[in-house]
Design a protein around this ligand. Sequence first.
Ligand SMILES: C[S@@+](CC[C@H](N)C(=O)[O-])C[C@H]1O[C@@H](n2cnc3c(N)ncnc32)[C@H](O)[C@@H]1O
Length: 228
Amino acid sequence: MEHTGSKNFLLNPNFLPNPILLQDEELNKYILETSVYPREPELLKELREATAKLPNAFFGTAPDAGHWSFYWLLSSPYCSLTIPHDGKITAIDRDRKTYEIGLPIIQKSGVEHKIDYIESPALPVLDNLLEEPKNEGDFDFAFVDADKGNYWNYHERLMKLVKIGGIVMYDNTLWGGAVAKPEEAVPESKRLWRRSTIEFNKSISADPRVEISHVSVGDGIIICRRIG
Ligand SMILES: C[S@@+](CC[C@H](N)C(=O)[O-])C[C@H]1O[C@@H](n2cnc3c(N)ncnc32)[C@H](O)[C@@H]1O
């Protein structure tokens, strides 16, 4: 059964960005300055700094969460920089402007040929991919960070597209800590996606097709390995 999608929170004037889970600012700064920034490739630093200036900078995956998951799981500094020359990334964003923020840096780093950018809502793209039997089990990795109300619908499709042994990651799975709070204690603008996140977390935890680890960095990340 399809889970119900949700409204775009940017249309909601009361939307508040999620706080990162680590509430101690000094400690957060300490972690970033000692363990994340010193090892960050120069081009990613440029990308992070370019994004930080934008009004929706809070959209970005937290640097410690990105470092932890992309660096360790993909065993390579941040995907496109070091995937093999003939490796491919399918990047889907319905707003081309978002892709264009990073495009000059992608071009400078010489990895543009590895990225197939598709300007579209993501679900129909995954459905199109699934129409081609050759795409089943063809992906090593997927990262989902948009349209939180549809996470389960992405998951169902990714369980066919990503190979057994492959990794899928979902960002913002602790929704600023709201998942553990009673609804009344959460600002109204966050309630809808709090509910869908709780529902998603419960469903994925019971899904025998994956092993999961719920990691409490940034805004929470669920990392799963497809096992069936
Ligand atoms: C939270 S941001 C992703 C940030 C990114 N992970 C980073 O670290 O920079 C969400 C992005 O998803 C896009 N988006 C929102 N809903 C979408 C949908 N249904 N399909 C595809 N893209 C969507 C938005 O345009 C936005 O660029």
